[in-house]
Design a protein around this ligand. Structure first.
Ligand code: CUA
Length: 303
């Protein structure tokens, strides 16, 4: 039982408050030291004609103790404030309202909400403490959405935790911030913060399997190597190396931010991913023009 309800706010605000307090302390010290210096220079200046020797003294134990103890006290105060800010950013005493599994891949993001898996676009409800469980399948990545939280490395074989908190609905941009190979720069994170009702609707929709349509696009997808890497729930495609495409059409971008998502761009992307994201692990699939048209239309229709 806690005496006071914990304050929940974006981690950037906790860091901002700490920066202001430490800045104010530094400013006070600056004014004190410079003021004392200017006063001493003025007060004890010698006239040009003076032949007097300046006063000397060898030690002053009280002054020495004071100028050792005071800075130590100030640093101790800053240290304690910093521990408080770190605990707050880490979510101490606050149960997360949502937990999301995040897996880094070269070069895209996998987001898991229980049994629902999606990619590259993280949805969260506003005014909710969100805990991310971060790991990686290949190399070290780093998760960073500056407006919503701190930064944490994602290490293969280990799970790190990071808190996000969004006060206002909107789209927040993030970026992998650990060099992880040739397409590190195109490992964008798009966070959509929305009302609890919108988030619930989105999650329910993401939980639906794709309706089997039996159209050309679906047939082409299932007949080619697409299925080795991608899953479309509701079909036989169950690859796990690339992003889950069950709701590929609901996402705003392709290739973790490389292209906006529409039929024309989807077609261009499938026709030659290397043109847009050189080094990406998605190969070029030999398909005819009509096949590309049908496949792109099918994938974008998966909302
Ligand atoms: Cu992943 Cu840089």
């Amino acid at each position: 039982m806690q005496a006071y309800p914990p304050i929940v706010r974006p981690p950037a605000e906790a860091i901002g408050t700490l920066a202001l307090i430490v800045g104010a302390i530094a400013l006070l010290i600056f004014i004190g030291v410079e003021g004392a210096l200017i006063y001493a220079v003025w007060r004890y200046r010698a006239s040009r004609s003076s032949t007097e020797q300046p006063a000397r003294f060898e030690r002053n134990t009280r002054v020495e103790i004071a100028w050792t103890a005071l800075p130590a006290l100030v640093l101790a105060l800053v240290f304690v404030l910093m521990l408080g800010a770190m605990a707050e950013i880490g979510g101490a005493g606050v149960e997360p309202g949502l937990r999301v599994r995040v897996v880094g891949h070269q070069w895209w993001w996998e987001f898991g909400y229980g049994a629902v898996t999606t990619a590259n676009e993280l949805h969260i409800p506003v005014e909710t403490a969100v805990e991310l469980d971060l790991t990686s399948t290949d190399v070290i990545h780093s998760f960073w959405v500056p407006e919503l939280g701190g930064k944490s490395d994602m290490l293969p074989g280990t799970t790190n935790h990071l808190r996000l908190f969004a006060r206002r609905a909107g789209v927040y941009e993030g970026q992998c911030s650990e060099f992880c190979g040739i397409e590190h720069a195109w490992m964008r994170i798009r966070v959509v913060a929305e009302s609890q009702a919108d988030f619930d609707r989105w999650l329910a929709a993401q939980g639906q399997s794709a309706a089997a349509r039996g159209g050309d696009g679906e047939r082409i997808f299932l007949a080619n190597i697409c299925v080795n890497c991608h899953t479309i729930r509701g079909t036989t495609a169950a690859g796990a190396a690339g992003p889950d495409l069950t709701h590929a059409g609901a996402r705003a971008t392709l290739g973790a931010g490389v292209l906006p998502n529409d039929v024309a761009r989807m077609r261009a992307w499938i026709a030659d991913p290397q043109q847009y994201k050189p080094g990406a692990l998605m190969p070029r699939v030999p398909l005819s023009d009509p096949e590309l048209d049908a496949l792109a239309a099918y994938l974008v229709s998966l909302k």
